[in-house]
Design a protein around this ligand. Sequence first.
Ligand SMILES: [Zn+2]
Length: 77
Amino acid sequence: MSAACQLDELAKSTTTTIQFCPDCQEIHISLGPISLRLTRDHYKRFSKDIAKANYQLELPELSLEMLHEQQYTKLHS
Ligand SMILES: [Zn+2]
């Protein structure tokens, strides 16, 4: 059994704390009452998935903004 993890803090906000344990090579994520431990590889893929999901979520708003910009350009060129 290993000693308690010595965690390096990677990021911290009011909602989330992300820490890394060099011994276990694992990322510890705390989201309020939920905490996750992921391998570095899993964490990397997880963060890409989060970014992808966030992009999908923001996409309708982004397209609307682009549409407005195009209309603006047409009106004023
Ligand atoms: Zn550890």
